[in-house]
Design a protein around this ligand. Structure first.
Ligand SMILES: NC(=O)C1=CN([C@@H]2O[C@H](COP(=O)(O)OP(=O)(O)OC[C@H]3O[C@@H](n4cnc5c(N)ncnc54)[C@H](O)[C@@H]3O)[C@@H](O)[C@H]2O)C=CC1
Ligand SMILES: O=C(O)[C@@H]1CCC=N1
Length: 266
């Protein structure tokens, strides 16, 4: 199998690292190319054994999948590189937020099968959430679904579901990391050193994540099991509940969703 990544940045590297580390593809099956970070691309060659090339004819020749992993605003430039060499058998996999399947097919002009996927950088530890939407006539979907299952949990949605999944789980990790940053800064306010505050927060998040991965209880049950009557947690939650946290998160997700819709405009 030959999988070619046009783009070797944060998202592409999380995906191919996850695929290789899971053993679903061999490093030699992966070809990467980029534009702005050639040094990083060479570092992936050294560290993972992937192929690096800037010869578009070589890259596209006999490719089973081409992964479009540039920023949306660079897609037209990427399309210019691919269009002359794109073979009929090659399936296009786009991770570009907001770029519609029709836009990709029109830009590349050859009617190739296209799948839009919305992963996240948890792919690097094989725990992404992958929204997937297929173009009409995309055959052998299971092969791609199995490929993607190597680095995350798949959610097959219609293309109209991609804006929401982009906000919820594509951008989602950044929203949680922002909350963790603020939590660590609050620990410094309590008097912990910056280093201790960050390590305590990191271990707290890993611990709750590990609990969620190994225990079936709901978020609410896990929370109430901590909340002793008239205790410290109850006092803290009473203060927390005075803030409009859910509205804040809803507005945050709405802005990300709306940006995805804006990027979809043709
Ligand atoms: N970073 C994330 O967590 C996620 C990103 N995405 C999507 O992934 C795409 C890439 O995002 P990032 O990896 O964060 O960006 P990035 O800036 O880290 O990587 C972009 C890559 O595209 C390359 N590139 C730009 N123009 C090119 C060209 N003409 N030919 C070949 N390569 C070219 C750059 O050299 C770079 O390697 C975006 O469309 C984004 O919407 C999707 C889900 C999550
Ligand atoms: O911020 C972005 O546009 C990309 C898509 C989802 C996560 N990162």
């Amino acid at each position: 199998m030959k999988i070619v990544f046009f783009g070797a940045g944060n998202m592409a590297s999380a995906i191919f690292t996850g695929m290789i580390e899971k053993g679903i593809v061999k490093a030699d099956d992966i070809y990467i190319t980029s534009k702005t970070n050639r040094v990083a691309a060479m570092e992936f060659k050294e560290s993972l054994g992937v192929n690096v090339s800037y010869d578009d004819a070589e890259l596209c020749a006999d490719a089973d999948y081409i992964v479009l992993a540039s920023k949306p605003q660079n897609f037209k430039d990427v399309a210019k590189r691919i269009r002359p060499y794109l073979e009929e058998k090659t399936k296009l996999i786009s991770v570009m937020a907001g770029i519609q399947i029709l836009t990709i097919q029109e830009e590349l002009g050859k009617g190739n099968s296209v799948a839009r996927i919305m992963p996240n950088t948890n792919a690097m530890v094989q725990y992404s959430v992958n929204g997937i939407a297929f173009s009409d006539g995309f055959d052998n979907k299971d092969e791609l679904i199995d490929l993607m299952a190597s680095f995350g949990k798949n959610v097959v949605v219609g293309e109209d579901g991609m804006d929401n999944i982009t906000a919820a789980t594509g951008s989602g990790p950044a929203f949680l990391y922002y909350i963790y940053e603020q939590y660590a800064k609050s620990l410094e306010e309590l008097g912990f050193s910056k280093e201790d505050a960050e390590q305590l927060t990191r271990n707290l998040v890993i611990g709750t994540g590990k609990t969620l991965s190994e225990r079936p209880e709901s978020f609410e049950k896990l929370r109430t099991d901590i909340t002793s009557k008239a205790g410290t947690t109850e006092a803290g939650l009473n203060t927390l509940s005075e803030f409009k946290l859910r509205e804040m998160i809803t507005d945050t997700l709405g802005s990300a969703r709306d940006r995805s819709k804006k990027l979809s405009e043709r």
